[in-house]
Design a protein around this ligand. Sequence first.
Ligand code: GRF
Length: 203
Amino acid sequence: MMTNISVLVSGRGTNLQSVIDAIENGDISGAKIVAVISDKKEAYALTRAKNHNIPGIFADPKSFSSREAYDDCLLDILKENKTDLVLLAGYLRIITGRLTLAYENKMINIHPSLLPAFPGLHAQKQALEYGVKVSGCTVHLVEPALDGGPVILQKTVPVLPGDTEETLAARILIEENKAYPEAVKLFVENKLRINGRNVTILE
Ligand code: GRF
């Protein structure tokens, strides 16, 4: 059985790349990226898709009258591509309930903080301003509440004296690029069991 993965992106796509690489080098087997969908025409993630012969689709939000209409279009694309798993990888738009519910427990996001701390934009800046000594990243299932779904994996990094938003973001990104393919592998191998807010990982 092949797990068909679609990835929603808006930007540079290092997390997308980490999953592409894990599939290509055999770390993840039984999965295929069937579509990379961007809400930004210039997203470098689309170039990454092209470089690996993965269909890249730019869906222009400006052509739609509402968030719901836009997400209906995304749903059509996901269904046309027989998508089993949706990955949000630096996708910057708010997702409507109809999309999250259509892919309940089959949509995963990565966020650059230890949730539930610092949801939303500029998570690394929020962490610095709060003064935490440890931060990191969270891979989680997507629910309608922003950055709110059950946690699959977290990885930590220290916050060091003199850190700027950029240095902290770079340290966290290294862990993100490990955590995302790890979580996708667990999903593809059917090793995640979801019980309310708790996700158990089978050995
Ligand atoms: C990452 O920090 C991710 O956690 C956040 O957006 C950023 C995307 O980076 N959601 P990239 O496009 O995957 O390089």
